[in-house]
Design a binder for this molecule. Structure first.
Ligand code: 1CP
Length: 364
């Protein structure tokens, strides 16, 4: 256990990200990048070399170091704890390995509804995922109040897809087969995941997370009808349950929902108890604002591949994006994670462009 009482956390010095989550004014638009701790950083590759991915996830000191690495290079306005969404299937009893060159792999994925009996019916998150909580508490101290720390989880449908596919997939046909052939078992699994996720997010807040992001990375392979039935109700349930619990203890922790390629559900997502809706790059900023009707803050959405452009072009793209979203109730980010072959210098140019242009726009 970390000996320090979470109440002793250092005072927050830069609250731009939290203010933007709540739609409040900020001097500059806050910015962070999904996968900001990652292989595009030479120090990350060096630190991870020869270590098993999930062993690294289970080491609070390693997670803390990897979370802080990008903050030493760039003036990001938020940190995100280094971990992975697949720690939840592991906590439910599934074996998940990170295979070099292939990505996460489940040697024994779920095949038929009977396989649900193999999952832990009731997960003790403190016992199974306490290592993430320790990493959060340690990182919150080591951040020294520089910026807020974001905790995260995979959403139920995205996790279900991995548990059935056994890894990444382009069609998700095995997991979608369940939705059409075994709808009841699908709901049973989604409900089991929702219960663990709620406890997991509450544990992250108790450990020191100051905001929470829910990744529905595989929203895009669902259509609007399947999204309404198999994703949205669970996303809503998670936010409502986490917020109800936090309210009881007088805590206010903003929540972000990122449903990649799911902008057919944008109106619904903006009325789902999340303060912030994350966007991928396939939607125009002005249209996203219109469709969400000013009800939520927005996060995103520069095409990650724009970071391959020369710095001057990155600056122009950022300026346009800021003009489209406006500087209030907005958190700049990419529309998905950074890729390993990206140039850290261009990431720096992105961050600088967001800060500089948004300060100028605020003075107008
Ligand atoms: O060895 C390595 O470093 C492998 C690359 C890597 C990294 C850096 C993986 C494997 N996971 C992570 C860390 C990670 N994963 C973070 C860290 C914090 C940060 O953003 O800096 C986060 C938030 C995640 C979340 C995650 N894992 C998501 C949701 C975000 C997204 O990309 O949509 C998903 C889908 C995963 C699964 C996963 N983990 C790793 C890979 C390569 C994948 C995708 C596999 C696939 O579907 O093909």
């Amino acid at each position: 256990m970390c000996a320090k009482d979470p109440k002793d956390f250092p005072k927050l010095k830069n609250d731009a990200f939290l203010r933007a989550c709540h739609g409040q004014e900020t001097n500059h638009v806050p910015v962070w990048c999904m996968r900001q701790a990652g292989r595009y950083l030479p120090e990350f590759r060096e630190f991870r070399a020869g270590k098993d991915f999930f062993e690294t996830c289970r080491s609070p000191a390693a997670c803390c170091e990897l979370t802080l690495q990008p903050l030493r290079r760039f003036p990001f306005d938020a940190a995100i704890i280094f971990s992975d969404i697949l720690v939840i299937p592991q906590a439910m009893g599934m074996d998940v390995q990170m295979v070099a060159g292939k990505g996460p792999t489940f040697p024994e994925p779920l095949k038929e509804p009977e396989d649900l009996l193999l999952l832990q019916p009731k997960v003790d998150v403190n016992k199974e995922l306490g290592y993430v909580f320790k990493a959060i508490t340690l990182t919150r101290h080591k951040l020294d109040g520089k910026v807020p720390l974001i905790g995260f989880t995979g959403a139920p449908w995205t996790l279900m897809a991995y548990m059935i596919e056994g890894g990444g997939s382009t069609t998700h046909s095995k997991a979608k087969r369940w939705l059409y052939r075994h709808p009841e078992a699908s709901h049973k699994l989604l409900k089991m995941l929702t219960d663990v996720i709620v406890e997991y997010l509450l544990g992250q807040v108790a450990a020191g997370a100051q905001a929470l992001q829910v990744f529905e990375s595989h929203a895009g392979c669902l259509g609007p009808v399947e999204f309404q039935e198999f994703s949205l109700p669970y996303l809503r349930d998670i936010a409502r349950k986490v917020k109800d619990q936090l309210k009881e203890s007088g805590q206010d922790v903003p929540m972000i929902v990122f449903a990649k390629d799911g902008h057919y559900g944008l109106e619904d997502l903006s009325q789902s108890h999340y303060e912030v809706v994350g966007l991928d790059w396939t939607i125009d900023p002005r249209s996203a604002r219109e469709r969400t009707g000013g009800k939520v803050s927005l996060q995103g959405n520069m095409d990650p591949c724009a970071l391959y452009a020369p710095k001057e072009r990155i600056s122009e793209i950022v300026k346009k994006m800021l003009e489209g979203f406006g500087t209030r109730g907005y958190i700049a980010n990419l529309g998905h994670g950074l890729y390993p072959d990206m140039d850290p210098e261009n990431v720096g140019a992105f961050v600088e462009a967001v800060h500089t242009h948004s300060r100028h726009l605020n003075l107008k």
